[in-house]
Write a protein that binds this ligand. Sequence first.
Ligand SMILES: CC(C)(COP(=O)(O)OP(=O)(O)OC[C@H]1O[C@@H](n2cnc3c(N)ncnc32)[C@H](O)[C@@H]1O)[C@@H](O)C(=O)NCCC(=O)NCCS
Ligand SMILES: Nc1ncnc2c1ncn2[C@@H]1O[C@H](COP(=O)(O)OP(=O)(O)OP(=O)(O)O)[C@@H](O)[C@H]1O
Length: 210
Amino acid sequence: MNTKPPAGPLVVGLTGSIGMGKSTVAAMLREEGVPVFDADAAVHALQGPGGALLAEIEARFPGSTGPAGVDRAVLGARVFEDPAALADLEGIVHPAVARAQRDFLDTHTDAPFVVLDIPLLFEKGGAALVDRVVVVSAPETVQRERVLARPGMNQEKFSDILALQTPDREKRQRADHVIDTGVPLAETRRAIAALVDTLRDLSSARERTI
Ligand SMILES: CC(C)(COP(=O)(O)OP(=O)(O)OC[C@H]1O[C@@H](n2cnc3c(N)ncnc32)[C@H](O)[C@@H]1O)[C@@H](O)C(=O)NCCC(=O)NCCS
Ligand SMILES: Nc1ncnc2c1ncn2[C@@H]1O[C@H](COP(=O)(O)OP(=O)(O)OP(=O)(O)O)[C@@H](O)[C@H]1O
């Protein structure tokens, strides 16, 4: 008889390069009832009005915060082309995000699986800490078109950010599952429904072997 305690949810990392459709796919997973931790939303909360990191960020990057929180355009311009400055910002932000992620895992112990939506899963070593990795991807031309259509974006900023990220080709190679977003939304939604079924099956197969 199996007397060991349950292993807890299967932990799935969701990632993808800039503009690949990660937020859209995360929203689809939530619609399927999956608990999703959103690292980017945690950053926004910590940097938004009254955010816990504002004083520390202002001390290191004077003039980058105000009553509305971090001015993301100002801070982005300071860090995306200056690796040392970006490392300082990450040193302030990432430990707080890691704490928020632990709180999320502690409050979702009963789900068959949970998803951690982490833009820098490969870049910061998080891939080794999850059970499965899902990469959201689209052809380069689609990615470029989406990103350059965003307000405040230009070719130089796009190139700076791309240079900081693990190439899409490598992400796809290292993924357990790849979700294509260079197709109509309805097709991606169907792929997400199938992925949810697969992850549920994996989770219950894992429970049976405990
Ligand atoms: C500098 C900030 C304020 C700029 O905000 P802005 O709204 O202009 O950009 P946004 O956050 O949407 O990022 C744009 C693109 O850059 C990528 N990006 C953001 N931070 C990083 C980073 N440290 N390394 C590589 N890519 C990054 C994002 O994944 C996204 O693809 C913000 O990106 C930030 O605080 N970054 C540091 C925290 C971080 O590492 N966040 C991402 C992982 S949780
Ligand atoms: N099949 C699809 N799947 C996902 N997104 C799609 C699809 N077709 C079109 N889109 C559009 O592409 C855009 C993807 O943007 P989204 O914000 O999800 O990307 P992201 O990877 O989270 O970006 P970033 O890393 O820069 O924050 C959205 O406007 C979405 O509506």
